[in-house]
Design a protein around this ligand. Structure first.
Ligand code: NCD
Ligand code: ZN
Length: 368
């Protein structure tokens, strides 16, 4: 197959940052995806409806209005026409779906207001200290009991960065240990809570989610489907392949590909595209996060093609996430062609640059 047309996908886990950085990265996502679940780990974190409303407006204001093409030309397919139309009207038809950062102090009222707002779609649980900008995260799930009960009652999804933070737990085991210590007890206490196990990276997480009830789902990133932990050390240390949860052994990557391409509605697309300036990555203490929005659907096409499962891409990328969140599926389409293109070595990022995934290398699929 050299060409595939699918319903326009959504990204169910995305870091957009803020200010000039937001302006630099947003077009990559908005050109591919109709909607994205926007992570709240700004500094300070997005903990209230008011902060989420302001952040949402800044995202909408940052949407590209520049007209790339004004008139459709002969041979344009529907998605190109749609894009040209949006560009003509000065907007990219992209909807940010907002999340609130769960803290020890999140109240029942916060949850009720979030639900009533319509634009906040979930709460994000970062164990304190687990990853980039997580120092205001949850110190103990017991402190969130009231908020979690309210979420369960109102059908408000909890998105979980599922890693323990204990220094004495090996960094490669932190997801697996979280399942037994926190995920299982959480679901015993709140059996009807909608939970997205974010960016799963292990066979253990894949099996856990596959055998859990329908209110438990998972997102999977392109990098965890494409790379194992060797990618951090190919010929030397590779800071641009450092992210959290960290890349794992090959057997885990294989398990992730298996569930992603299985057609199970419990697994859906979440890039976890997490831009950091090159200087912050290439440092004595480099930040965690990979930037993949520039090829946010194309990289998944590579994975699904290699697994002989291109026909399963649409469900994973465009249907199951919307279904889980109770949102309508998108109605327009995108087309991908099998055509090699080169990823630039660097992309402008506010007054710095960032190094995208596959920098200086090629991607096998291209969005039309
Ligand atoms: C993310 C970031 O940079 O905000 N980093 C990452 O490695 N994925 C945070 C996160 O999702 O853990
Ligand atoms: Zn993330």
């Amino acid at each position: 197959m050299h060409k595939i047309t699918i319903t326009r996908p959504d990204d169910w886990h995305l870091h957009l940052r803020d200010g000039e950085a937001l302006k630099a990265v947003l077009p990559d996502t908005a050109h591919r995806f109709a909607r994205a679940i926007v992570m709240p780990n700004l500094r300070p974190p997005v903990t209230t409806i008011a902060l989420a409303a302001e952040y949402r407006q800044r995202i909408l204001d940052a949407l590209p209005t520049a007209t790339v093409r004004t008139e459709p030309v002969e041979g344009d397919d529907l998605s190109t026409l749609r894009q040209a139309q949006c560009e003509r009207s000065g907007e990219l038809n992209f909807e940010p779906l907002m999340t609130l950062y769960l803290t020890d102090n999140t109240s029942i009222k916060d949850v009720e207001e979030a639900k009533a707002s319509g634009f906040v779609k979930a709460f994000k649980l970062y164990p304190a200290g687990a990853t980039t900008n997580s120092d205001s995260g949850v110190t103990s799930l017991d402190k969130c009991a009231a908020a979690l009960s309210a979420m369960e009652k109102l059908g408000m999804p909890l998105l979980v960065h599922a890693e323990v933070t204990d220094a004495d737990v090996d960094v490669f085991d932190r997801e697996k240990v979280f399942i037994d210590r926190h995920m299982k007890p959480l679901l015993v206490k709140y059996p009807a809570l909608k939970v997205v196990f974010e960016h799963i990276t292990t066979k253990d997480a894949a099996e856990f989610v596959a055998s859990a009830p329908a209110n438990v789902a998972a997102t999977i990133t392109p990098h965890h489907l494409l790379m194992n932990r060797n990618a951090m050390f190919t010929g030397g240390i590779r800071p641009h392949h450092y992210c959290l949860p960290i890349l794992k052994r090959e057997e885990h990557r294989v398990a992730l590909v298996k569930v992603a391409t299985s057609g199970s509605p419990k697994f859906f697309l979440g890039t976890d595209s997490a831009p950091h300036a090159k200087s912050a990555k290439e440092s004595a203490c480099g930040c965690a996060g990979m930037y993949s929005a520039h090829a946010g659907i194309e990289l998944y096409a590579e994975v699904f093609e290699t697994a002989n499962a291109l026909h399963k891409l649409e469900g994973f990328a465009s249907f199951y996430g919307a279904d889980f969140y109770g949102l309508p599926r998108n109605t327009d389409q995108i087309t991908l062609v099998k055509e090699v293109w080169s990823v630039p070595a660097e992309i402008a990022f506010a007054d710095e640059v960032l190094v995208p995934l596959r920098a200086g290398q090629t991607v096998a699929w291209k969005i039309v």
